[in-house]
Design a binder for this molecule. Structure first.
Ligand code: GTP
Ligand code: MG
Length: 468
């Protein structure tokens, strides 16, 4: 039985609304392993009844801490000392009756307690089912529910802050605000239709301007996706260049430890070398690639393929040149390869007599800044870090972020409806304009979960762990 209680049943996706409210679920809510405390949580109408069957003291008052022990009702054997807290509906995480049993943070004791709870009428919770119930009971909207997972999984302080803001509803209120503005436009358009004698027709320019305003709000949110996603999922920064320019030396300098092998032999790095770090509060994965050149060596060829793939998949490329060596065809080829990428041009080995001048590079990259460094002597690294940070850190005016593809797609849809509505002004009946605006409102409802189809909910909550 052991693992199955932690990993969940094969059945993916959660149950329908009615089902959800009728049964009582249980799960171990703390991570699998050893720790000071471990918590088993129950939620549903029978939570108190079931918990009481295995807990030594009578749990009478909500939110009061009861210190006792848990026992097996079949054998009357004591299992562990425990603390029980009862949260009465609707004042709980899920909005239902909840009982939390805190015990020692072991594996077998928690599994045993879970087993007897299941024997006494509880059902094993599915992934994210506690949070799903919280959502279904109106404790949080879908954006906030998604933030729960982002908060738990936050890798750095900045990721945490983005998740916290979402958790506390900042994005949700922004979305509600946009929705309100669209509803206002709808009522301006519809009032003269509904009350032809009382309401005055609003001039089309005014409607157009209001739509334009909403479009701007949506565009701002959409623009936050790039940063939001990077804070959540992390940023990939690839170091590229021909062999021997000092890529591995730079990787080590950025990581501040000797991760990759460095040698004066061109072709030292044959495979990509990756390391994820907390880069000034942002999760960044640096990828050192094999130097790219024409080769007949089978292994080097594979390495080259991997380098190209890493460059392709990266968010930012640090494109390195060796100032102690003349510009070559290889440099020029790589320049073409990295053209569409967000990149930073790095001129390394500036401690050596210069064979490439900054001017020469400027000609090749007229619109890009060239950062001079000596990876060996660790000069210019701070400036390079600053430039990387400028590219990836949230901008001053960015405060709320969308972080998921789902939110991005919905907002793009909303934008299309707003555009359509705008295009119809002066050309079509008011009813058609307001139809488009209503579609926009429905899409926003899907975003917050008010109108989200079941598959979307299942998909979101199945990403959670059991017990959350
Ligand atoms: N003088 C000087 N030498 C450097 C500098 N950076 C790297 N080197 C030297 O250049 C040589 C190659 O460095 P690597 O870091 O291995 O270069 P790479 O680009 O990773 O090379 P491959 O893995 O072969 O593609 C080593 O001997 C380094 O010590 C620098 O800033 N100045
Ligand atoms: Mg290398």
């Amino acid at each position: 039985m052991d693992a199955q209680y932690r990993e969940g049943t094969e059945e993916k996706g959660c149950s329908g609304l009615e089902e959800v409210r009728n049964d009582t679920i249980a799960a171990i809510s703390t991570p699998y392993g050893f720790g000071g405390i471990g918590v088993v949580r129950l939620s549903g109408p029978a939570a108190l009844f079931i918990a009481q069957k295995i807990f030594s003291k009578e749990i009478k008052t909500p939110r009061k801490v009861y210190v006792g022990f848990v026992f097996d009702p079949k054998t009357k054997e004591k299992i562990d000392s425990a603390v029980a807290i009862y949260f009465k509906a609707p004042h709980s995480y899920t909005g239902e009756d909840v009982v939390e049993l805190q015990m020692h943070g072991g594996i077998k004791n928690l599994e045993y307690v879970l087993k007897i709870l299941l024997e006494n009428g509880a059902r094993l919770a599915e992934r994210g089912e506690f949070t799903k119930r919280a959502f279904l009971n109106g404790k949080m909207d879908l954006i906030e529910a998604e933030a729960v997972i982002e908060l738990i999984e936050a890798k750095t302080e900045r990721s945490l802050k983005v998740a916290s803001k979402r958790l506390f509803g900042e994005l949700s209120s922004e979305v509600q605000e946009i929705k309100k503005k669209i509803l206002e436009i709808i009522s301006l358009i519809e009032a003269p239709i509904d009350f032809p004698f009382d309401a005055e027709e609003v001039p089309p320019e005014e409607i157009e301007e209001k739509i334009e305003q909403v479009k701007k709000d949506i565009e701002n949110l959409l623009a936050s996706y790039k940063t939001g996603k990077r804070m959540e999922k992390g940023v990939k920064v690839a170091i590229a260049g021909k062999p021997n320019v000092g890529k591995s030396t730079l990787l080590n300098a950025l990581l501040r430890f000797e991760r990759a092998i460095v040698s004066e032999i061109p072709g030292t790095t044959r495979d990509t070398v990756e390391e994820a770090i907390d880069f000034f509060g942002i999760p960044v994965r640096f990828i050192d690639t094999a130097g790219i050149r024409e080769t007949n060596d089978v292994i080097e060829k594979i390495g080259k393929e991997r380098s190209l793939k890493s460059i392709e998949e990266s968010d930012i490329v640090l494109f390195m040149f060796d100032s102690g060596d003349k510009l070559s065809e290889e440099d020029k080829n790589l320049a073409r390869l990295t053209e569409g990428k967000e990149r930073i041009i790095v001129l390394n080995k500036t401690d050596l007599p210069q064979k490439i001048s900054v001017e020469e590079l400027k000609e090749m990259f007229p619109n890009e800044e060239i950062i001079k460094i000596s990876a060996l002597k660790k000069e210019g690294i701070n400036l390079l870090e600053k430039r990387i940070l400028e590219k990836i850190a949230p901008k001053e005016n960015e405060s709320v972020f969308i972080t998921t593809e789902r939110e991005k797609q919905i907002l793009e849809e909303v934008l299309v409806h707003m555009d359509n509505a705008k295009g119809l002004i002066g050309k079509s009946a008011d009813e058609l304009i307001s139809e488009e605006l209503k579609e926009a409102v429905i899409s926003l409802g899907v975003m917050t979960g008010e109108a989200a189809p079941r598959e979307i909910l299942d998909n979101i909550f199945s990403k959670f762990c059991i017990g959350k």
